[in-house]
Design a protein around this ligand. Structure first.
Ligand SMILES: Nc1ncnc2c1ncn2[C@@H]1O[C@H](COP(=O)(O)OP(=O)(O)OP(=O)(O)O)[C@@H](O)[C@H]1O
Ligand SMILES: [Mg+2]
Length: 267
């Protein structure tokens, strides 16, 4: 799928990680909510085939998923779900299901159909955010290749950092010019987050000759846990919480309207 999505009017951003469970889906839901609350049109593609749960996090119950579209039983427009966000606005979700494993093996005509239907539902969108699975697999790499930009999420844990580095290495080998922006999530302190950033950046610079940008540092925050329990994004439920604030700042810095805020103000 490399290439076609770059013709989109929308900015196509894939959110990924080396290790699983580091906060990708929460980052996607938070960014999407922040964009939608600011009046932008956002489509989110749940591309975590197998462990799809973006719908759950946003309190949605899909009747049909991407699987039905790929089987030719439904149109993309039929499966699109509207998720309300504060301020009377909404964002749009393309739900998936565990039956979509075969996406990495789509033949060329099916792949083209998928791209065309994505293109239709994103026609007037400002953002297409893609929530991917964790790890270096064909299906994930294909999604990353299709996106214009990649957000790489890691926690400060050594295992997560190591897996994030492995992902940078693979991405860098395949597409050295694709922008990768780092997010350190679920950090206990600003020091811990900064140290994680320093480690990953210096490894990437030293071994790969690659500079990594940092999009944001998200604190470990009980408000996020509560929001997950209530099946809402922390940005919708607790916009002023530490995690909510960090995610809103990240959305703003992605839009490019404002420079990344001093993280010391959040912690
Ligand atoms: N900033 C945070 N503060 C506190 N807890 C967090 C934070 N971020 C993530 N978590 C915890 O980690 C869990 C996993 O988050 P999430 O589902 O977003 O990860 P993921 O990377 O999408 O996982 P997967 O690889 O399975 O798709 C959350 O349900 C929450 O319990
Ligand atoms: Mg996830």
């Amino acid at each position: 799928m490399a290439g076609p999505l770059s013709l989109f009017r929308a900015r196509v951003v894939a959110v990924t990680s080396g290790k699983g469970g580091v906060g990708k889906t929460n980052v996607v839901a938070g960014l999407a909510t922040a964009f939608a609350m600011a009046g932008q049109k956002v489509v989110v593609l749940d591309a975590n085939f197998g462990l799809a749960n973006l719908d759950v996090l946003l309190g949605l119950t899909p009747r049909h998923t991407l699987e039905h579209v790929l089987r030719g039983e439904k149109m993309m427009e039929d499966i699109l779900l509207k998720a309300p966000v504060p301020g009377g606005r909404s964002l749009w979700v393309i739900p998936t299901s565990s039956g979509v494993h075969e996406l990495s093996q789509l033949d060329a005509p099916s792949e083209l159909r998928l791209v065309q239907s994505l293109q239709r539902v994103c026609e007037d969108a400002d953002w297409l955010l893609i929530d991917t699975a964790a790890g270096i697999h064909d299906a994930v790499l294909k999604m990353l290749a299709a996106a214009q930009e990649v957000i790489l999420v890691t926690t400060p844990e050594p295992t997560s950092l190591l897996d994030a580095y492995a992902m940078v290495k693979v991405l860098n080998a395949r597409e050295p010019r694709k922008p990768i922006q780092l997010v350190v999530n679920n950090a206990q302190s600003l020091e811990e987050a900064t140290e994680a950033v320093d480690q990953l950046r210096s490894a990437a610079r030293h071994f790969l000759g690659r500079d990594l940008d940092v999009l944001g540092l998200v604190p470990s925050d009980r408000h996020l846990l509560q929001a997950v329990r209530e099946q809402r994004s922390v940005v919708a439920l607790y916009p002023e919480s530490p995690a909510g604030t960090a995610l809103r700042n990240m959305a703003e810095s992605l839009v490019g309207h404002s420079p990344t805020q001093d993280p010391a103000l959040i912690w």
